[in-house]
Design a binder for this molecule. Sequence first.
Ligand SMILES: *[C@@H]1O[C@H](CO)[C@@H](O)[C@H](O)[C@H]1NC(C)=O
Ligand SMILES: *[C@@H]1O[C@H](CO)[C@@H](O)[C@H](O)[C@H]1NC(C)=O
Ligand SMILES: *[C@@H]1O[C@H](CO)[C@@H](O)[C@H](O)[C@H]1NC(C)=O
Ligand SMILES: *[C@@H]1O[C@H](CO)[C@@H](O)[C@H](O)[C@H]1NC(C)=O
Ligand SMILES: *[C@@H]1O[C@H](CO)[C@@H](O)[C@H](O)[C@H]1NC(C)=O
Length: 628
Amino acid sequence: MPPRRFQLLVAIIFFLIITLGLFGPPSSTDIPTVEEVKEKIKNPHIPSLPSLPSVPNPFKPVHKPPVQPNSNSSSSYRAIEWFNDFKWRNPFSSSITLEENRAVLPPLKERPPIYTFYDAKGKQDKAVSEAENRLILAWRRAWWAQGFKPQVLSRAEALKHPHYELVQRLKLDSKMELEMMRWLAWGHMGSGILANWLALPMASYDNPMLKFLRRKEYPKLARIETLSNGVFFGEGAAINGAIKKALDNPLFKNITANKDKIADLGNKEGGAMVNLLSKDDIIVDSKADGIAYYSNNTISSNYKPLAEKITNKIQVEGLDLLANLINSHLHLTFQNIFSDGIAVVKPLPEHTTALMYEAIDIARNLTQCPTSPIPKSCPPNNFKCKPCDPAKPIKLQLQSSYHNTSTLYTIGTVPHPYTLNSLHYTRDTLDGNFLRRNANRDQWIFEATKDLLGEKHSGQDRIIHFKEAVVAAHSPSNSLWLTAERESQADLDWIFGFNLPQVASENSDPSSPSDSSELIIFPRPAQPEPQKNVEVPEEKWIRNEEERLRKARDAIKSKDRRMQDVVDMVEKWNLADTEAWKFARAWSARRRVERRKWEEDEQKFAGAERKAGVNSQGGSGGRWIDKL
Ligand SMILES: *[C@@H]1O[C@H](CO)[C@@H](O)[C@H](O)[C@H]1NC(C)=O
Ligand SMILES: *[C@@H]1O[C@H](CO)[C@@H](O)[C@H](O)[C@H]1NC(C)=O
Ligand SMILES: *[C@@H]1O[C@H](CO)[C@@H](O)[C@H](O)[C@H]1NC(C)=O
Ligand SMILES: *[C@@H]1O[C@H](CO)[C@@H](O)[C@H](O)[C@H]1NC(C)=O
Ligand SMILES: *[C@@H]1O[C@H](CO)[C@@H](O)[C@H](O)[C@H]1NC(C)=O
């Protein structure tokens, strides 16, 4: 048992925390220091704790905000709970939710719908269908990562359109009919974007075209120059107006007489539908470079080796090569955007090597040259790209603090304060005495934001900046924050929009995964250099860190009362670090729940993970692409 005086101290800290939690945090200068609290215990009459008198009555009941739907997720370290609210910038969530465990997150951004039309051919080989589904899955993932809600339409939607019968009666040739079905399906859904499933976003999140499409306001029915019939966008009324007008085209008055003319429409720029209408019905947007469209023409004129491979091979292999090419271009686009490379944040680096494994693993795969059938090629919307050079891969470095640079991608690992203190002070167990005598408060957030904010800011300011970095509310996201207690990370491919390379060349030269494979794989980048002025621990100390990390994970999970009290005390001692951990963990849990829910809704449609033969369970789910 700790000495009586200390019990009292803890009791007072608890009380303060609860009042803080209930009535919102005071400004940083109001948070009492240990000395003040000690002083207060010795001499209860000094009015040195300014937050107390200003508080009305902490025991007056207050209603908690109601629990929102889909706002929790299970975890071995107590449930993860969140509350979506505009007040998320408040440094301490509990002052809004009135609950210890619930983190306040910014409201979910609405995702504008983007549609594609896929018409599964009746008697097609299952392997071919799966390969096509994999391409559609890649399409869905890339658009999802860019903030859209990708949906795959089929004849079922077209059938619901009032003009369906009329189109059937025209007895059009199969190409023209397909184009009509695509428009009918889109018309049935109403406003939005209609894209070919080989048209994918390949640009930074704030590319003007993607930003415009995300705004969900399409004043005119339009298409994008250079993409032919790859992408259209418009309002429901305009789409259905265009369908009606196209069906009134004089060519349709006598289909037999105009057969050749109708067939020819599809070969003209813009595709059949555009050419049935007049110029002003579908305007052409010229300022677009954010979308890459792998049309037949593009493939045969720009990716000749692939076009040959596709024609020389059985179809499945051709489609999988195309999927790998597209994946490599998405990855390359990422590498070109973050030209300064990847930084792994490692604050308090002396004893935290074992915390960094996962972050460094991801960072190394991100900096590896993408696996590709044509390694030196550029995406069709950016022929001036900088291809990845295995001799000079983009930089991977360790940093002690987060830097807000738009060309540097940061991966951080947020530890629970128990984990951090146990590692940093190289102690297998923590207790109140130790904390009080030796431990600094909120060290992690202080170190992690030091370069961003300098030395002077309070823990609360730091949290607000940290939360801004996690959610990237006003800027394209340039960071990813993992939590240290979770051993594997899910959904990375939906966060980045592409698969990270899963195989690497065994030596320093590019090679192929197998003799028959047409893919080129590259060597895995080396471990990052140690930070300057930081001693590299010996292997046996790192083994100790791993053991300590395991013990800390157990401690946080523990159902034992005494252990729970200690963990609780560590959390109270490190309010800002605890808030950072809760926030980062709730943010990634919500992202996962949103994604899983979406996958459930879509599982019956083409391009679902299930249909693409992809197992989405488990940490590294969805990795299929470079296994050729
Ligand atoms: C989420 O909360 C609801 C209602 O509070 C509960 O029924 C459900 O079991 C919780 N789910 C998880 C995964 O914890
Ligand atoms: C359609 O055109 C063909 C050949 O030009 C003609 O024989 C036929 O009568 C026309 N049908 C109608 C309904 O006008
Ligand atoms: C593109 O080419 C493939 C194979 O050559 C062919 O099967 C397909 O019909 C073509 N698609 C279009 C839209 O022309
Ligand atoms: C990073 O910089 C951008 C652009 O200057 C800014 O909008 C954003 O708020 C900054 N993020 C943080 C965490 O400071
Ligand atoms: C990174 O690549 C290696 C193989 O080079 C693989 O074992 C590992 O699972 C990959 N990690 C991630 C997060 O993709």
